[in-house]
Design a binder for this molecule. Structure first.
Ligand code: SAM
Length: 240
């Protein structure tokens, strides 16, 4: 018998749905992934990507990827980075990037809760978008919600000073949870839509889940937060 202590299963913000891949999505994953995908274990490719001198907007849980593709087409001056676990969604975004001939989008496939702290360099992002994350509306499932203090800390680390964090949800109770979690962090400051101004890093487009919520009469809430000034350690004078 093994003497190793039993491993606690991580609480995840998603359930891997077996969702069937279409033939086109399967082809996209095989042929387009090398062009748009960033392998999690390819340090050289990640370093090269983050060295690009462009402002970068990251979207977590992009679903079918329509929003990221639209924004990337409208703003070729920005780079977009999407993180998603759902393979059919990744396949669909790949097809859309190919059809639009875009080159300013890259994809990381996997759990953002693990990827962000491990692979996204400090102060490397101008903005982070999380639109309509799974609401996990039953109380006993609230712990599965994506927006949690630990992730908020990781997101803050990746943003430049005054960087944008844009959240949207159609579940009032999740909106409250987001506000409570974000307001408890000194790393973010709530701002109004007007304060966010006309910088395209704050832009959002209607999403598939938003449309579904609207059909059910759900109210949509957008929340805007700005990264407070990044504290630099004063450094310790070397002792002789
Ligand atoms: C409710 S859907 C919303 C999709 C899209 N943003 C929209 O509004 O149509 C939430 C998405 O987040 C993804 N997701 C959930 N947890 C995630 C995680 N930890 N890392 C990456 N993606 C995640 C799911 O696979 C799903 O596609």
């Amino acid at each position: 018998m093994s003497s190793r202590p039993p491993q606690r299963r991580r609480i995840r913000s998603f359930v891997r749905r077996p969702g069937r891949l279409t033939a086109a999505q399967r082809r996209a994953l095989a042929t387009l992934w090398p062009r748009y995908g960033l392998a999690l274990d390819d340090r050289a490719a990640l370093c090269e990507y983050f060295a690009r001198p462009t402002r970068r907007v990251m979207e977590i849980g992009f679903g079918n990827g329509d929003v990221i593709a639209e924004l990337a087409a409208d703003h070729p001056e920005l780079d977009y980075l999407g993180i998603e676990v759902h393979e059919p969604g990744i396949g669909r975004l790949l097809l859309s990037l190919e059809a639009r001939e875009l080159d300013n989008v890259r994809i990381l496939a996997g759990d953002a809760v693990e990827i962000v702290p491990k692979l996204i360099p400090p102060e490397s992002l101008a903005a982070i978008n999380i639109f309509f994350p799974d609401p996990w509306h039953k109380k006993r499932h609230h712990k599965r919600r994506l927006i949690q203090p630990a992730l908020v800390g990781s997101l803050a680390r990746c943003l430049v000073t005054n960087g944008a964090l844009h959240l949207a949800t159609d579940w009032p109770d999740y909106a409250e949870h987001m506000v409570t979690t974000l307001n408890a962090s000194a790393l973010f400051r709530p701002i109004t839509a007007a304060e966010s101004g006309s910088d395209p890093i704050w832009e959002r487009r209607p999403t598939k889940f938003e449309r579904r919520g609207e059909r059910l009469g759900h109210p949509v809430v957008d929340l805007y937060y700005s990264r407070t000034p990044v504290q630099r350690s004063a450094g310790v004078a070397p002792t002789r």
